[in-house]
Design a protein around this ligand. Structure first.
Ligand SMILES: [Zn+2]
Length: 233
């Protein structure tokens, strides 16, 4: 895939002027990221940032001997954005959750471009704000809402980031990401399937009724979207 094609769906790049986006893309390389690949570990220097095209990357934090998901990044943003805060190391594990293409830029180039471009800095600040919103929403959702609601929210967020009605998420992976038992995932997914909201077979999920899924979600999904949408106004 060409750099221009890989950049065509990334919302952060699309929010820049054509000239700025082209300049930034000239510093990037298109890369294929495979599900299961760890891009960076906590406490390790961030060597590259990634602008996802059609892949999705989970941000995970260790909780004892398991990893809890605290964020999900896709074509709406950027992985490695915390470099803009002047912190050279990652606070989270960056795990490719859905295979696909992204644009890779070295950390040195990213820092250099940030200093030169106020519009880029503004977009990165906005992206970091939406990440904070997402993490706050995840924390409150995990505390107060049902497993079913959390599963629905996770499916909606994934669909929005990969721009597809179909994606792979195994029950075991979902249980680990949501910090719940696999049996709970099976039960919640089964209720969604019986209501014809999703099709779920051997880890392959198809969203059948997006509107119905939104109606089945807790308040967290529209709340997160509204606050993100208002951030730059
Ligand atoms: Zn919730």
């Amino acid at each position: 895939m060409s750099t221009a094609a890989a950049a065509s769906t990334n919302q952060l790049l699309q929010a820049l002027s054509r000239k700025q986006a082209q300049h930034l893309c000239a510093c990037c390389y298109p890369v294929d990221l495979t599900c299961g690949t760890i891009l960076c570990e906590p406490g390790v220097p961030i060597r590259n940032v990634y602008f996802p095209h059609d892949c999705a990357i989970s941000l995970l934090t260790p909780v004892g001997d398991i990893w809890a998901e605290v964020g999900l990044v896709g074509s709406e943003g950027l992985v490695g954005a915390t470099l803009a805060l002047g912190v050279p190391v990652s606070a989270v594990r960056m795990l490719v959750q859905r295979s696909g293409t992204a644009l890779r830029m070295s950390a040195a180039s990213f820092r250099r471009e940030l200093k030169k471009s106020a519009p880029l800095k503004r977009q990165i600040d906005y992206h970091l704000y939406t990440r904070i919103v997402q993490m706050a929403q995840t924390a409150s959702c995990n505390r107060y809402h049902s497993v079913r609601s959390r599963l629905v929210l996770r499916l909606l967020l994934t669909q929005d980031r990969v721009h597809s009605n179909e994606f792979d998420l195994t029950q075991e992976f979902l249980a680990r990401m949501l910090g719940i038992r696999r049996a709970s995932v099976v039960h919640a997914a089964s209720t969604l399937r019986k209501e014809h909201l999703i099709r779920y077979s051997r880890g392959h999920i198809t969203i059948l009724d997006r509107k119905g899924l939104e109606r089945a979600s807790c308040v967290c999904f529209p709340a997160a979207k509204d606050r993100s949408a208002n951030a730059l106004t």
